[in-house]
Design a protein around this ligand. Structure first.
Ligand code: PLP
Length: 441
């Protein structure tokens, strides 16, 4: 059946959208970014309709969240049934079956064979905070290592290990001490390739040599926090041996490896976790975003051997809310029941299409991705690789005006992260609009 979107009937923002934008701007806090004036009225699958009746094809999923689309009937039914039974019981203090079931399921599907224990949270950031606490508790060490370009959240602990954009940290320090940032395995923007043109994972070697040799005793480091595919930093996929080398580095020094899969997890990459592509078992896995199809839920899944803390050491009033848990269980059913495979198939189609676009448009400097987590990096010149943020801004706005929802990432990249329900028609339509906007520029 042909899709009835994208369909722009009033150039956005239309009059109803404009009124809501003005009201919002008057009363909401000044920190909200608001990428473009999309005012959603409803959504279905990979279609978003605004308050003026414009219909958009969604390729950003509310920042990689709406994994099953905007109102998947299986998820909606699970939410409605649970809401009819009870809305809340504090999972930190009492029991309900859904919490046990979700913990059991996450422990089972987390990468690797070691037995796991699960803590449920409200968000990705809360999972990061919990993991920082658990890593420090379990190791008795204070220090943390994270990567340049990483994004781990907005609370003060998560922000201390974030190094994505300076404006996210500006004016909010001092942050807690003992955090070290080192280069990510970003081959397109390698900091060492002038001296070592063949990638011998010199960036990992440098952690050992430079950071541990000169700056900090590795025995003071509790954990390495890593996004197996950098999200907010630009949808950067490291080379195949990089994450295993980081795992080895951790093992050598008794450091815990925390995989932040808040953006890359739950089937988005065509496997349940991005770690699965690299054959790496982290000590702690973080998830959120797509886990609840839009309902606020996250988790940290730690090896049993790491989960040494005592009763009352950590907790959360709303973490593991029963309605969100029901949504997560239904989401996992759908992801395991076909959407993960669809992400792989549609991801292959999308990245092949993007590579064809890169042959035509010189501003596309790099294309990378796994499944439906695809990044395009824009440059002013392919030889110098000078970042070109302006073309990303123009593309995102031009696409919006034509009925395609996109989102930038990092200094000069575009992220393609559609709901996992997209079909071939959606993929081809999205590629067509990107081509059209780049051709018009
Ligand atoms: N970690 C990663 C990798 C993320 O991409 C994000 C959000 O974008 C977070 C943590 C923070 O998650 P939340 O916004 O749910 O608190």
């Amino acid at each position: 059946m042909a899709h009835d979107y994208p369909r722009i009937i009033t150039p956005p923002p239309g009059p109803k959208a404009q009124a809501i934008v003005e009201r919002d701007l008057r009363y909401t806090s000044t920190c909200y970014l608001k990428e473009y004036p999309l005012v959603i009225a409803r959504g279905e699958g990979a279609m978003v309709e605004d308050v003026d009746g414009n219909r958009y094809l969604d390729m950003m999923a509310g920042i990689a969240v709406s994994s099953t689309g905007y109102n998947h009937p299986v998820v909606v039914k699970a939410i409605q049934e649970q809401a009819g039974r009870f809305l809340h019981i504090c999972g930190s203090d009492f029991y309900f079956e859904g919490m046990a079931a979700l913990a059991e399921r996450l422990a089972r599907i987390a990468p690797g064979k070691s037995p796991k224990k699960v803590f449920l949270t409200n968000s990705g950031t809360e999972a990061v905070e919990g993991a920082i606490k658990l890593a420090r508790y379990a190791t008795g060490r204070p220090g943390l290592l994270a990567f340049k370009g990483s994004f781990h959240g907005r609370t003060t602990g998560a922000l201390a290990i974030t190094s994505s954009k300076a404006r996210q940290r500006a004016g909010m320090g001092p942050f807690f001490p003992g955090v070290h940032h080192v280069p990510f395995g970003n081959c397109y923007r390698c900091e060492y390739d002038k001296h070592f043109p063949a990638c011998g994972l010199y960036c990992v070697e440098q952690i050992e040599r430079d950071l541990f040799g000169r700056h900090v005793d590795p025995k003071e480091i509790a954990a390495v926090f890593v996004e197996p595919i950098q999200g907010e930093g630009g949808y950067v996929v490291p080379p195949p041996g990089w994450l295993p080398a980081i795992r080895e580095l951790c093992d050598r020094h008794g450091i815990l490896l925390v995989a932040d899969e808040v953006q890359s997890g739950v089937g988005r990459t065509g496997k349940m976790w991005a770690c699965d592509h690299f054959g790496v078992e982290p000590d702690i896995l973080l998830t959120a975003k797509g886990l609840g199809s839009g309902m606020p839920i996250g988790a940290f899944v730690a090896k049993e051997s790491v989960t040494t803390w005592k009763k009352g050491a950590h907790g959360s009033t709303f973490g593991g809310n029963p309605v969100c848990v029901a949504s997560a269980l239904a989401t996992l059913d759908l992801v395991e029941g076909g959407l993960m495979e669809n992400a792989r198939l549609m991801g292959d189609r999308l990245i092949a299409g993007v590579r064809r676009l890169a042959e035509k448009h010189q501003v596309i400097g790099d294309v990378r991705g796994l499944g439906l987590m695809i990044g395009l990096e824009f440059v002013t010149d392919r030889a110098t690789r000078e970042p070109n943020p302006h073309v990303v801004e123009a593309l995102v706005l031009g696409a919006f005006q034509r009925g395609l929802l996109l989102l930038g990432a990092g200094p000069s990249a575009l992220r393609l992260a559609p709901p996992l329900v997209v079909d071939a028609e959606d993929v081809d339509a999205g590629l067509g609009i990107i081509d059209e906007v780049l051709s018009a520029a």
